[in-house]
Design a protein around this ligand. Structure first.
Ligand code: FAD
Length: 545
């Protein structure tokens, strides 16, 4: 055991592990990267987190950088749950649901709590968090907060940030603070503190005041954005101030979350689902245009293209058989309404059905839960089949999370088909059509030299395309390591500089998840590229069909 591990073992209550096997296990997440941590730590309580960060901070003052990476269940697709220093693994101990006020719906949790378990408990109280990611069953609530995760229903209900009321956070010097929305008066008290917390409030306030007009345009015109930091949401017009939006989505680069108070909402057990088939892109985008103008936003609008449907049918010939006729489909669209009022739901679906009927499109609407589950298979089986392709070529999460303004959606799809054909790659498209977001994963073999080069070529072309269309490189998965070199391209000088300053204000020694969100050099990613890609650690949970 190395000296660092021995020191930590003496001072922490949680376990400290340096075995090759454990370090190897934690050297990957769901991204295409691999980095061996130096020491793996299972913090027993917030004080262990505090002591670990303080230790790393003190080392950094002596010129030795030992970065700290927080980790939930490691399903991060951007390479943000791995790091070469100290890895704080939260699910082992800091995994409790601390308090649930069923009346107000507020719930207090530790970050390592499994998101799926939290949701199960909430449902028994007729509550839920509507923005849960597809990966809910095998990820933590801390990971969802740090990534500002979104899900099928984010189109209507927003992302994780919308449900975070306050956070307990260990700062880069080991101090523990609580973030929540503060009145002007409380803000001045915080600004009077002579601690790092005081510094942060003063410096962030100054940064906002000095850059008001840039910050007001910092958020791209897209439905969801996880690129950069949410600085535009910190200070409101009434002078109230909250650091929470900065921590949410920061991927452990500004502070380590040790506790969260979350908001929930009454669950929506009943819904209607329409499945519709489109023969071409024009009729699809015309329908999306109409749906986007409905008086109530659908709770989900999901898209799958014919290439993915064909793949599903080839791999599992009986899976989608006889559910819905997709013979001449180019695209399948799923539109869900979940308003608790039966009358209103019926009104909305009637309007949608009329439109689809008038256009002569093939569709079916159902309110029967069993039938609805069958319809959902068209979207969910797609992800599962892709995740379990046989052979060494795998769908790689390298361009999986781009989003464009909805009016550019059709151009986005066309350009993607072109980009893939130019690179001689098969393409399978699915995504949140209502938001203009697509998940595409080129199928490449990381053991093949040519394919490894293609990884970078495809990324450059894709992120240029997203930029050209005025989109965001990340809707919900975060910049991580993979998109860090493209963050500057999306935001340009002034905005990127603001993000850099935020990082320096919170973490002047750059010890928190070093290399995540900020890497200007694409070449620096080459040495950490895995030699193979798999999601074997998710075999207990997938396929999700
Ligand atoms: C098959 C699959 C499907 C997915 N579907 C979705 C989806 O629908 N929507 C979506 O948004 N994402 C999705 N993801 C990505 C990922 O699952 C989510 O972002 C998830 O919320 C991450 O949770 P985790 O526990 O695995 O976190 P990890 O992967 O362990 O960590 C994620 C990030 O959070 C940071 N972090 C973790 N704990 C803390 C803490 N206590 N303090 C500070 N930072 C912390 C880590 O450092 C890292 O930067 C998917 C991934 C896979 C593999």
């Amino acid at each position: 055991m190395n000296r660092v591990a021995l020191y930590l073992q003496e001072h922490l209550l949680g376990e400290i592990i340096t075995s090759k096997e454990a370090r190897e296990y934690f050297s990957t997440d769901a991204s295409i990267f691999k980095i061996l941590p130096n020491v793996v730590i299972y913090p027993m309580h917030a004080d262990d987190v505090r002591k670990t960060v303080k230790f790393s901070h003190q080392l950094s003052l002596k010129g030795k950088i030992l970065p700290i990476t927080a980790r939930g269940l490691g399903t991060d697709l951007s390479g943000a749950a791995i790091g070469d220093g100290l890895l704080l693994v939260f699910p082992a101990h800091l995994n409790r649901l601390l308090e649930l006020d069923a009346k107000s719906g507020e719930v207090r949790v530790e970050p390592g709590l499994n998101y799926g378990k939290l949701q199960q408990v909430l449902l028994t109280h007729d509550l839920f968090i509507p923005t849960s990611p597809t990966s809910m069953e095998y990820s933590t609530i801390g990971g969802a907060i740090a990534n500002n995760a979104g899900g099928d229903r984010s189109h209507k209900y927003g992302k994780t940030l919308d449900y975070v009321k306050s956070l307990k956070v260990v700062l880069s010097n080991g101090d523990l603070i609580e973030t929540r929305r503060l009145s002007k008066r409380d803000l001045s008290k915080k600004m009077g503190l002579t601690t790092l917390e005081g510094d942060i409030y003063r410096s962030i306030d100054r940064l906002i005041e000095e850059n008001t007009s840039v910050i007001s345009t910092i958020n791209p015109s897209v439905a969801k954005n996880s690129a950069g930091y949410n600085i535009h949401l910190v200070k409101k017009k009434d002078g109230s101030f909250d650091l929470t939006p900065l921590i949410v989505g920061s991927q452990g680069t500004l502070g380590i979350i040790t506790e969260a108070s979350l908001l929930t909402m009454p669950r929506r057990p009943k819904s209607s689902l329409t499945i519709a088939s489109f023969n071409d892109l024009n009729s699809l985008t015309a329908a999306l245009d109409v749906i986007n103008k409905f008086p109530e936003v659908p709770s989900a609008i999901e898209l799958v293209d014919d290439k993915l449907l064909t793949l599903v049918k080839n791999v599992h010939p009986n899976l989608l058989k006889d559910i819905f006729n997709t013979e001449s489909s180019k695209f399948i669209l799923l539109v869900e309404f979940d308003n608790p009022s039966v009358r209103l739901r019926a009104k909305l679906t009637k309007r949608l059905d009329k439109y689809l009927k008038d256009k002569g499109l093939l569709f079916e609407t159902s309110t029967n839960p069993v039938r609805i589950e069958e319809f959902w298979k068209f979207r969910r089986s797609a992800t599962a089949v892709l995740g379990y392709l046989e052979g060494s070529a795998k769908p790689l999460p390298i361009i999986d999370d781009g989003i464009v303004p909805v009016e550019k959606f059709s151009e986005f799809i066309q350009s993607l088909y072109y980009l893939f054909s130019q690179n001689d790659l098969p393409i399978y498209i699915y995504g949140n059509a209502g938001d203009g977001q697509l998940h595409v994963q080129p199928i490449l073999d990381l053991g093949n030299v040519g394919d490894r080069q293609k990884v970078f070529k495809v990324m450059i072309e894709y992120y240029n395309l997203v930029k050209q269309l005025g989109g965001s490189i990340s809707a919900e998965h975060g910049d991580g390591r993979i998109r860090a070199p493209f963050l500057y391209g999306q935001y340009g000088d002034q905005k990127y500089e603001i993000f850099n300053k935020i990082k320096t204000i919170f973490d002047p020694q750059d010890i928190l998840n070093t290399g995540v969100k900020f890497t200007d050099n694409l070449d620096s990613l080459k040495p950490i590229l895995r030699n193979e890609y798999n999601l074997d650690f998710l075999y207990n949970y997938l396929p999700y069909v």
